[in-house]
Design a protein around this ligand. Structure first.
Ligand code: CA
Length: 463
């Protein structure tokens, strides 16, 4: 070995040693619990009174409740694409829910993009997704091809909850629209026979994964993507019987579905305690979009619903705890984004991100430790390409054209003064409105049009 090679080896050895020491001290586990179509006001930490959520509330109690936590889109698929990449999903043309066609190789999260699991794998994480995928059903897009080591759940955007209603072996047997809600559950790449209420099955799988990682002393990321409380509204008597005082049948079933999720969250938190990994595990809780028109959810004081760029569509129940680092019992009132979760875990691991695909989120930790008092985001942006709709937020000002197919002028609201976006103050603030529109246009110029067929738009199930 020549001198140069010897020196290189020594240097590499030193670097490897330094990396291992640094990361082994700092690498937290990450559990992300995402609900589906849950209303802003449907958790105890946001004031819910008819549905107790003591376990979900623990996440906020043990860390921080975000009063202004946003997702990047008011509907499932694009919101999850933004969340899982830490980037605005329209940068890669994920503008709407994709087709569920299992033979379509472009209908999903583009393979050029890196998921959080792919990125964390570089730092030695073992990654699992339990629940709803929705990032493409073609084999190219399978979770095990996108950085995950374990998958238990379903590939499409929603699912029936009762095991005896899951009669299709796989998506190739779909003969009509929405029948993809009835495929059997998949473990890794194989279908499995289930015998329990789906929410409970998902909680079981999540706890099993955590226990396995504890046994092996491996650090991990778990994306626990419950499809509850998305329609169909289905719950078992075990959970329905907890709500004898809710008369409205839909709200009662919704409450039961949320209660089942809350039980699961309690079991996850207990597994962390039992496994001795409570302090150094980050747990994030959020919904993928606001409460929907069809599931009896409640967005409280917010205007609008799932599908809207008003607050009710994009501001969600959002909490995070990391006992080793974040002081318990905080309320954080500045606007943050679901994309910040990716940026936060990347920063904790010092992972280098490709300059071609920079993250749009920010590391939240300096804001939660009090190190920074600034706004985490100068601007937050939204776009609904299909509807020519837009929104931008700067401070407490928000310019929004919720559904702009008729080219209606955007409206300006101050959501500090008026959370329910009723008084359009654009006429008195033309300069500010023009500035916001210019910033939005600059951002919009970086985005792509839709790259795949929409959900149900291609009728792929008809031969
Ligand atoms: Ca959703």
């Amino acid at each position: 070995m020549n001198k140069f090679a010897l020196l290189s080896c020594l240097l590499l050895g030193l670097l490897a040693c330094k990396t291992e020491k640094t990361t082994s001290k700092q690498q937290p586990n990450l559990i992300m619990i995402m609900t589906d179509d849950m209303g802003y006001a449907d958790v105890g930490f946001n004031g819910c009174t008819d549905i107790p959520t003591p376990n979900i509330d623990k996440i906020a109690d043990q860390g921080v409740r975000f009063t202004q936590g946003y997702v990047t889109f008011p509907v499932c698929g694009p919101s999850r694409a933004g969340f899982l990449t830490g980037r605005y999903q329209d940068r890669f043309g994920f503008t709407t829910n994709p087709s569920i066609d299992p033979n379509n190789p472009i209908s999903g999260l583009p393979v050029e993009e890196e998921t959080m699991a792919q990125v964390l794998r570089k730092a030695g994480y073992k990654n699992a997704i339990v629940g709803k995928w929705h990032m493409g059903t073609h084999p190219n897009f399978h979770p095990l091809e996108r950085g995950f080591d374990y998958f238990y759940g379903f590939l499409s955007g929603g699912h029936n909850y009762f095991h005896d209603e899951l009669y299709l072996n796989d998506l190739s047997e779909v003969t009509k629209k929405w029948e993809w809600y009835r495929t059997k559950i998949i473990e890794n790449r194989e279908k499995v026979e289930t015998d329990d209420y789906l929410t409970d099955e998902l909680s079981d799988a999540a706890v099993n994964f955590i226990n396995q990682k504890v046994d092996k002393s491996e650090h991990f990321m778990l994306y626990l993507a419950y499809n509850a409380p998305h329609t169909p509204l289905q719950a078992t008597e075990k959970y329905l019987s907890r709500f004898p005082n809710i008369e409205d049948k839909k709200r009662k079933t919704y409450a039961a579905m949320v209660s089942a999720v809350d039980d699961g969250v309690g079991r996850v938190l207990k597994a962390l305690q039992d496994g001795g990994i409570n302090d150094n595990t980050i747990v994030v809780f959020l919904s993928d979009n606001g409460g929907a028109h069809n599931n009896a959810s409640d967005n409280g004081p917010l205007r609008g619903l799932k599908g809207d760029l008003f607050e009710g569509g994009i501001r969600v129940p959002f909490a995070m705890r990391w006992p080793a680092v974040i002081r318990a019992g905080q309320t954080y009132d500045k606007a943050i984004s679901s994309m910040d979760v990716m940026a936060t875990i990347v920063a904790q691991n010092n992972i280098e991100i490709s300059a071609e695909r920079p993250l749009d989120g920010v590391d939240l930790i300096p804001y939660l430790t009090g190190e920074s008092k600034e706004e985490p985001h100068d601007y937050l942006f939204w776009r609904k390409w299909e509807q020519n709709a837009m929104a931008i937020r700067q401070g407490m000002n928000k310019l929004v054209a919720n559904n702009n197919q008729d080219n209606n002028a955007p409206e300006l609201y101050n959501i500090e003064n008026e959370l329910n976006e009723q008084t359009n103050i654009k006429a008195e603030n033309e300069e500010l409105s023009n500035h916001l529109l210019e910033e939005w246009e600059k951002w919009n110029a970086q985005l792509k049009d839709r790259v795949f067929p929409t959900l149900g738009g291609d009728e792929w199930w008809i031969d």
